[in-house]
Design a protein around this ligand. Sequence first.
Ligand code: PHE
Length: 486
Amino acid sequence: MAELTNPERRMLRAMQARDGEWTLSEILETCDWDDQAIAVSAGHGLSNHGYVKISESSEKSVILGSEGEKAAENGLLEAKIWDFIQSKGNATMKDLSDKFERHEAGPGVGLLKRLGVSLEGGSFSYDDAESISKTISERTAFIQSPSIDNPLIDHFKGRKNLIEIVEMVTRTWKITSTGKSVPSSDLEEVVKIAEITPELLQSQDWKNAEFRPYDVSLEASMPRSGRSHPMQALIERIRSIFLEMGFSELVDDYVQTAGWNMDALFIPQDHPAREMQDTFYLDNPKQIKLDPKLLKDWKAIHEHGGDTESTGWGGEFDPEISQKGLLRTHTTVNTIQYLAENPEQSCRVFAIDRVFRKESIDKTHLPEFHQIEGIIMEPGANLGMLVSTLKTFYQKMGYPEVRVRPAYFPYTEPSLEVEVKWRGRWLELGGAGIFRPEVTEPLGIKDPVCAWGMGLERLAMLVLGLDDIRQLYISDLEWLRNQPIL
Ligand code: PHE
């Protein structure tokens, strides 16, 4: 037998005791409930089980509107004015205006005129006082106890706010033959335990107790608890993907030298991205001392290619520029230093960290944002490995369609751009490539290095479906609360 709730059991017991139609009030009375909702929901439950049949009939009825209620208490307008005219004997319009408000006198006279009262030369006259009184008292009787069958309904329908016609649905409940056959032993009300307490567990009572099952289909309110910011949650997710793929995380400072941020990466000293309008140079520290040996090596590489086959950029390399303090413009500044410190050890390293560029703020740009940086260094590392690593990463993020296109960076060869397909469009998410010998040789790196740097906020916009990057960093509590938990 299907499991019944206690109210359902009680209601079915009552119905087994008396066959026939039950009205709501009969159920309430017999079951000793004062909450209609209990009866209605028990009735629904029983009907779902096929134990009870619900019949509905709808009926029109009339109730008083706001003006009708006033009229029932103080009399209809035409009645009040009629009484006044009659009590006065020879009433004039002037008398009426002294006694009644303008908004009453006008419409009141209108009503009486339709009943046979005439107004000539400012005074009232009528022929058949008796029939007027009769009509008015019929109307009064109606307002006192309105009924849908009364023909006066048509008259009152035309008057403002006196009555309202409402449709009432009446339900009755009747036990079915299946309902009758439910054994009464199944209809005993049981005490079901909703909450398990230490006391219950310590006592023996739990052995015979029945437990209330969870109803997972019920509407529940959304708990408003603390949670990670969507950006933080996304960072965690990316972190766990790279960790899972065998990478270690690198965390480093964002105050760096132009030397490591640019010279080490063979970015020419006259490169436009180095200009003040693109890079935040620091007043403090304005200068950070670098190892003279490094500066010498970079100078050689930049000016003529050093010991490599490269011809370098030519021109004159200024070691002073290398020692300028700045806010890193990319996280490649950190991976390259990691390689410089560990030039011979194969590695897979990633970083998710903040970078700075002098961008004016708009829908897709922020002066402060994050990059997802990574390197793979090992004997035989190659472009295919780089591309498949990036594809795997985006696949794990939920973007299966990834493509790469040729690109240019001063520090990689070949270089490529990574794009993912989102809502039918290809979106550029970052750059990648294999570090050039001009970068690796001065640092003593022998094995090929795959490297990439991708925008985190761009990816966040895809994941969170945003078209304005600024949404990520404003304290919009409503938006934050409604973000899916990634
Ligand atoms: N540093 C590049 C950027 O900021 C991305 C990149 C990293 C490209 C590593 C190639 C290799 O856009």
